[in-house]
Ligand binder design. Structure first.
Ligand code: SF4
Length: 321
């Protein structure tokens, strides 16, 4: 049994001003195994962050959960009452570092106080134990606790703040850590060091991680598995090296070809033609067909389901048997 199992998850945004509802997640199915790093990739608006918010149960109006199930360790967490979920699951079993969260650190509190405050909120009263654990986690993220615990957020660089947030998210020893674009707004060198931190904590602590990014080129170095989203659905999922080296879905192939790499010739970069579909308009068929060089008549009328191809899944009619 996978640690996290998501089944037919649908999230919709109500837009009363426009008199419409916009489907942000249109039936997501995804498994995340224990101890693995999943790279969750997609363009802006593909539904990655909405999926993270649904797992954390922090969707805010106008978004609402329409249907589906999320099982963590076999428990359907969407069926739990809010106080049980808040006390026993949110941060304790599933921790989340949202996008651009470096600015969420309280500028008036030292780093140690952030750890003590979080511990207090969750009923951990032993200050010595919290200090010991904070030092251990900061060390695991490559920071020197004897110095960093005394500092205020303004005394930290962007990369250090991100490391502190990752360490803080691990305080309650969660089973699953979700990092939403943890390397955005960081320079390339700092990005590489944060990727190493994520890989190290996965290896040292065995924690299961969902690493959300719009940049597929960041995933091969840390992800065991990659899931690619397009228009609110998973379109391909499988072992990282397979997805990167032999993508099955035309969109994933185009995404890889459109991504500049430090090692490849820049003239080989090919932008994806056209635009992602407008989620406010009714879609028929495969949402990628207006941009797809392989589109056939069936693609315009029928949306493909996820087909199992060896140890991968792909939503494309080309792979229908
Ligand atoms: Fe292209 Fe058709 Fe496959 Fe969609 S289903 S990705 S349009 S070939």
């Amino acid at each position: 049994m996978a640690l996290l199992e998501i089944r037919d998850l649908k999230v919709t945004y109500r837009m009363p001003d426009l008199g419409i509802e916009v489907a942000a997640l249109r039936g997501v199915d995804l498994d995340v195994d224990r101890g693995e790093v999943l790279g969750l990739v997609g363009e802006s608006g593909s539904g990655k962050s909405t999926l993270a918010h649904a797992i954390m149960r922090i969707l805010k109006p106008p978004a609402y959960l329409q249907s589906g199930h999320i099982y963590l360790d076999g428990v359907d967490i969407l069926s739990l009452n809010e106080s049980v979920f808040d006390k026993e699951y949110r941060w304790r079993r599933i921790a989340f570092v949202p996008q651009a969260s470096q600015n969420a650190l309280n500028p008036t509190m030292r780093v140690l106080d952030h750890f003590l405050d979080t511990a207090r909120y969750h009923g951990l009263a032993d200050r010595r134990e919290v200090e010991r654990r904070a030092a251990e986690l900061l060390t695991a993220t490559g920071l020197d606790p004897s110095r960093v615990l005394r500092l205020y957020p303004h005394q930290l660089s962007g990369g250090m703040k991100q490391r502190v947030l990752i360490a803080l998210s691990l305080l309650l020893e969660p089973l699953l850590l979700i990092l939403d674009e943890p390397t955005s707004a960081l320079d390339v060198v700092t990005q590489a060091s944060i990727l190493k931190v994520i890989s190290d904590i996965n290896k040292k602590l065995g924690i299961t991680i969902i690493f959300i990014t719009h940049d597929i080129s960041l995933t091969p170095s840390i992800a065991h598995k990659i899931a690619v989203m397009y228009a609110g659905k998973i379109v391909e999922v499988g072992p990282a090296e397979k997805v990167i080296n032999e993508p099955l879905h035309p969109y994933v192939s185009a995404l890889i070809s459109s991504t500049p790499s430090l090692y490849a010739d820049i003239s080989m970069v090919r932008p994806i033609p056209g635009e992602p579909p407008s989620m406010t308009e009714r879609m028929t068929g495969c949402p990628f067909w207006p941009r797809c060089p392989y589109a056939k008549d069936v693609c315009k009328g029928e949306e493909p389901v996820l087909y199992q191809i060896d140890n991968r899944k792909v939503a494309c009619h080309l792979w229908r048997s």
